[in-house]
Write a protein that binds this ligand. Structure first.
Ligand SMILES: C[S@@+](CC[C@H](N)C(=O)[O-])C[C@H]1O[C@@H](n2cnc3c(N)ncnc32)[C@H](O)[C@@H]1O
Length: 293
């Protein structure tokens, strides 16, 4: 196996990892600064305490569970930009802000590949607020976006509208990922590109349990059935801390056996501005065809 890569999403101006340490991170999303728990940040912050104290909101334990503690007024929702993408950010009770900034390098990578083909078909599973879907549609793909959460799909539609993409440019599916892929396989539907960000644990629309270690191998073997004969890419990311990039490398290599291309894998990292340290957020593996293809 090749060495693992560190993939840094450093093309942002609307997002910044300002500082990190003592199990927390200080981030800027547009003009709004927030403090969130960060299990990886087992070092010490470099910015003065007053910088942390002046954040707009802090996500923390509050007696009845975790939630945001507002420290300064900020808009309930606001628009952010990355390259040609525009999208809506807001603080959710699940500590998310509607964007995982470390994914931006993957949007760039997938978009570059999509531009090489005429209207490739791309499936985005566990697609959340749909920034990968919108980036793929902007690059010219016919996108199928799937998430089990109706609220997440509604948010993704807001992001499609924020980018002024035509309403038919993305097919929206609210369903269980495994159930949908099985159905597509039965119908003979094929995709040139597959993006997936499977969680450690999740639920489908009819309560189907998604448990990474059991469900992920099943999903991958179904994905083989829906890949077109000349695939453009497969991208897997996950935030399940028990999973490893080496495991993703091995499973994706197995999935793509017989196709001429290569797999790379590693960690998705952000660089903090305070001291330049890299913060690992998640892992990935991705396959693309050999360049002459
Ligand atoms: C970690 S989020 C994905 C983040 C997103 N890819 C991004 O980078 O912005 C996981 C998503 O998986 C969805 N999900 C969980 N279980 C699912 C299932 N069984 N089928 C489909 N979607 C599911 C959740 O609703 C959630 O939106």
């Amino acid at each position: 196996m090749q060495t693992l890569d560190l993939l840094i999403s450093d093309g942002w101006s609307d997002y910044e990892l300002l500082d990190s340490g003592v199990g927390r991170k200080l981030e800027r999303f547009g003009a709004v600064t927030v403090v969130r728990p960060e299990a990886q940040a087992l070092w010490n912050p470099r910015l003065p305490q007053q910088d942390w104290d002046s954040a707009h909101a802090v996500f923390e334990y509050q007696g009845k569970g975790e939630n945001w503690r507002e420290q300064r007024a900020h808009p309930a929702q606001w628009t952010m930009r990355y390259a040609d993408l525009q999208f809506v950010a807001r603080l959710t009770p699940f500590r998310h802000v509607g964007v995982f900034p470390e994914q931006a390098a993957q949007w760039d990578w997938a978009s570059d590949l999509i531009r090489r083909r005429a209207k490739p078909r791309v499936l985005n599973l566990f697609a959340y607020t749909g920034l990968a879907s919108v980036a793929a549609a902007q690059a010219g793909a016919q996108v199928t976006h799937l998430d089990a959460s109706k609220a997440a799909v509604e948010w993704a539609k807001e992001n499609q509208a924020a980018c002024a993409l035509p309403s038919g440019s993305i097919r929206w599916i609210i369903d269980d990922a495994l159930k949908f892929v099985r159905r597509e396989a039965r119908r003979g539907v094929q995709y040139d590109g597959i993006i997936m960000d499977p969680p450690a644990f999740g639920r489908g629309t009819q309560g189907q349990v998604w448990q990474f270690s059991e469900s992920f191998p099943m999903l991958l073997s179904e994905c083989r059935q829906i890949l077109s004969p000349n695939p453009l890419f497969v991208l897997i990311t996950t935030y399940d801390i028990r999973a490893s990039a080496t495991m993703l490398y091995n499973t994706l290599s197995e999935l793509m056996t017989g196709f001429a291309g290569s797999v790379t894998a590693g960690e998705q990292v952000l660089r903090e501005t305070s001291a330049g340290r890299l913060l690992s957020t998640s892992i990935y593996a991705r396959w693309s065809p050999d360049p002459e293809q």
